[in-house]
Design a protein around this ligand. Structure first.
Ligand SMILES: N[C@@H](CCC(=O)N[C@@H](CS)C(=O)NCC(=O)O)C(=O)O
Length: 209
């Protein structure tokens, strides 16, 4: 059975959502961020040398990086959440999978960390805002004529990019991006997404007390 090493308030929630969509048996092994530093506990280093989450174990394999995890779960257990391997769409699908943790995550996290840090920057602050707006506009435009990133069906592309969309929504930066907002409302209404929210809250000691 798949075991998900899940850190509270993290990207790992997208893997819970995926596992719920895939409807396969799995087990969550929960970890809590340090209350002062927000860092992961050292115990995660016993699972993978980077000590980050998500990480899964499946059939004796340890898999880190959410993109690789999403790819693995979908290829092995939920092929309906991706286009056919030999289709034209497949390359676009792969681009969206990688986009979430590269082009989109960098400016989003830069922006977030700079705000938390509060220090004066030379060019970085302006760069982060400009880049973030550019990737959000790209995502928004791509959703203009479709419900989901790959068309009219949910795929790993939506699951990977949900971390970006949720984070942006929580900062209140969403208003100029109506298509992204529509997409967010759509995914939030899915039973598997609602279940992932419940499970995340259940395994987060800062919300369950
Ligand atoms: N690119 C990696 C990023 C993994 C990552 O940075 N995870 C964060 C949680 S969102 C983490 O474990 N942070 C705790 C720490 O750095 O101590 C992925 O997509 O899995």
């Amino acid at each position: 059975m798949i075991e998900l090493h899940h850190l509270n308030k993290s990207r790992s929630k997208r893997i819970i959502w995926l596992l719920e969509e895939a409807a396969i048996p799995y087990k969550i092994i929960p970890y809590q961020r340090d209350a002062a530093t927000s860092l992961a506990p050292k115990a995660l280093l016993n699972v993978h040398p980077l000590g980050k989450s998500p990480v899964i174990t499946d059939k004796g394999k340890v898999i880190n990086e959410s993109g690789a995890i999403v790819d693995h779960i979908i290829s092995c257990y939920a092929p309906h959440l991706a286009p056919q391997l030999d289709s034209e769409e497949y390359i676009h699908y792969q681009s969206w999978l990688h986009f979430a943790e590269s082009s989109a995550a960098l400016p989003m996290l830069l922006n977030y960390f700079l705000k938390m840090d509060g220090s004066k920057t030379n060019f970085l602050g302006e760069y982060a805002v400009k880049e973030l707006n550019s990737v959000l506009a790209y995502m928004n435009d791509s959703l203009a004529d479709r419900e989901f990133f790959m068309g009219n069906y949910l795929s790993g592309a939506d699951i990977m990019n949900s971390f970006i969309i949720e984070s942006i929504f929580s900062t209140g930066l969403m208003s100029p991006f109506a298509n992204l907002e529509r997409h967010y409302q759509k995914i939030k209404a899915r039973a598997a997404y609602i279940k992932s929210d419940e499970l995340e809250a259940h395994h987060d000691t800062t919300t369950t007390s």
